[in-house]
Design a binder for this molecule. Structure first.
Ligand code: ADP
Ligand code: MG
Length: 454
């Protein structure tokens, strides 16, 4: 069911409940007020004749009946005089015998009393009981009057109130429909705007002036769509850069292959060509592997385990000692006790990239240092080199996929520019941080900061 109708029903339900309660209160208090008025009148009427009646009681029943009949006609009421024990003494209708006991609730009360009762034979009746003191005994006057007028008045009042309530219910129904439509209108507009979004056309715009949750919702959707577009743009750019970067070694390979037949006779040239060819194939293979890594990162959950500074040292020594020795670079370890809660395979891949860079971008006779350090909240692994460094203008770009500084391309043929992009993603997956300090021709330091295992 639409929210609009739900709201409408809730409004209407509340109104009906409320107006029913109101109706009950009004009708009851009106009835009480009417009855009080009738009581006043009956008491006034009764007290006028009370003296006369008291004079005849309890000597002569016949004289008493005579009086009662006279007033009975005047007041249009049946008048009964009761003894002290509330048995009948005299009845204006001369029907009830002396000494009869009446079964009436009002007789149970002390002093003045008034009651309204519905009887099948006479409709609504008003009973009024008035005590009086006679010469010897105490007696009572019971007045029984028709109260049809009161109830006719009451029911016409009820009818009037009910009509007024029904009318206001109708007005309220219409009003609450308008209000709930107005309240839920923005939701409909949001849905319409959302439905217009297609994979090709991601655009969401809706003007809404008031400051409330709906405005927040609209802003949140707008931000989400913008971010999606940004993400999409980045993906597109990555895809086109990737294809472009893959084309470069392919073009080189094509050129070599086209020229290969002409150098068949020249063995030296031939070997040089095939060697270049192998290099290009290797480069492409590495690039494709790294591209695959980038697209797969973050898809599978991290398989975290605790590793120590020793694990890190052993792994790096094993992986890089020969490469370093070949390039005449000293690998140095300064390991403080520190534990890392990481996906070992990914974390080592990140470290491998950093140490490979340090070795690749350093001349011979230099030192590459790997340090670990434990702080209060976080642990750090850092890699220092004394290599070519990175110029301040290149520094902001080194994490972009395929970015390679000019100095770097001149220095080393190898490298795809994907390494640091991968490292950054891996570290961010671990909720860590990567920072780089570098001075051209002095060296570079890279810090990986990770939260301390709990
Ligand atoms: N230790 C370093 N010394 C000097 N330059 C570096 C170092 N590490 C990274 N760089 C610069 O950052 C660029 C991006 O690094 P990376 O993504 O690992 O790509 P690649 O190593 O394949 O060139 C490198 O091309 C280089 O310009
Ligand atoms: Mg690299």
């Amino acid at each position: 069911m639409k929210i609009r109708y739900q709201l409408w029903l809730i409004f209407a339900g509340l109104f009906i409940t409320f107006s029913f309660a109101l109706y009950m209160v009004i009708a009851n208090s009106y009835e009480e007020r009417l009855q009080a008025g009738y009581e006043q009148i009956a008491l006034a009427q009764g007290s006028i004749i009370l003296d006369k009646v008291a004079g005849t009681y309890p000597e002569s029943q016949q004289r008493s009946i005579g009086y009662l009949q006279k007033y009975s006609e005047q007041l249009k009421a049946r008048l009964i005089v009761l003894n002290e024990d509330k048995s009948v003494f005299a009845d204006s209708f001369a029907e009830l015998k002396q000494g009869t006991t009446l079964k009436l609730a009002i007789l149970e009360q002390e002093g003045y009393a008034s009651d309204f009762l519905y009887t099948d034979d006479f409709g609504y009746l008003q009973y009024t009981l008035l005590p009086f003191k006679a010469a010897v005994n105490q007696g009572y006057l019971l007045m029984i009057q028709p109260a049809e007028m009161l109830y006719a008045e009451l029911s016409s009042f009820r009818y009037w109130v009910l009509q007024a309530l029904l009318l206001s219910l109708l007005i309220f129904f219409i009003l609450s429909y308008v209000v709930s439509t107005w309240l839920t209108k923005p939701i409909g507009q949001i849905i319409t705007a959302l439905k217009k979004i297609t994979p090709r056309k991601r655009f969401f715009s809706l003007t809404y002036r008031r400051q409330n949750e709906i405005k927040e919702l609209i802003d949140a959707i707008q931000r989400m769509v913008e971010e999606l577009n940004l993400y999409d743009e980045r993906q597109q750019r990555f895809l086109s850069t990737s294809s472009h970067e893959l084309k470069t070694p392919l073009a080189t390979m094509q050129l070599i292959l086209e020229n290969l037949p002409y150098v068949r006779e020249n063995e030296e040239k031939y070997l040089e060509f095939t060697h270049d060819l192998t290099l290009q194939v290797q480069k492409m293979k590495q690039m494709v592997e790294q591209l695959l890594q980038i697209t797969r990162l973050g898809k599978a959950p991290l398989k975290k385990e605790i590793i120590s500074e020793q694990d890190i040292g052993e792994h790096l020594l094993q992986s890089f000692q020969y490469l370093a020795k070949n390039k005449n670079i000293v690998l140095q370890f300064k390991l403080q006790k520190a534990f890392f809660n990481v996906d070992k395979r990914l974390f080592f891949r990140a470290l491998d990239n950093l140490v490979a860079n340090a070795i690749r971008y350093s001349p011979a006779e230099t030192v590459v240092t790997i340090k670990t350090k434990s702080l209060k909240e976080e642990n750090i692994v850092s890699v220092f080199d004394q290599g070519i460094g990175i110029s301040p203008s290149d520094l902001p770009h080194i994490f972009d996929p395929f970015f390679r500084a000019n100095d770097a391309t001149a220095w080393s043929q190898e490298g795809s520019g994907l390494g640091l992009a991968i490292v950054k993603q891996i570290i961010e997956l671990h909720r860590g941080k990567i920072t780089v300090n570098s001075k051209p021709e002095k060296g570079t330091s890279v810090y990986l900061t990770l939260p301390r295992p709990k």
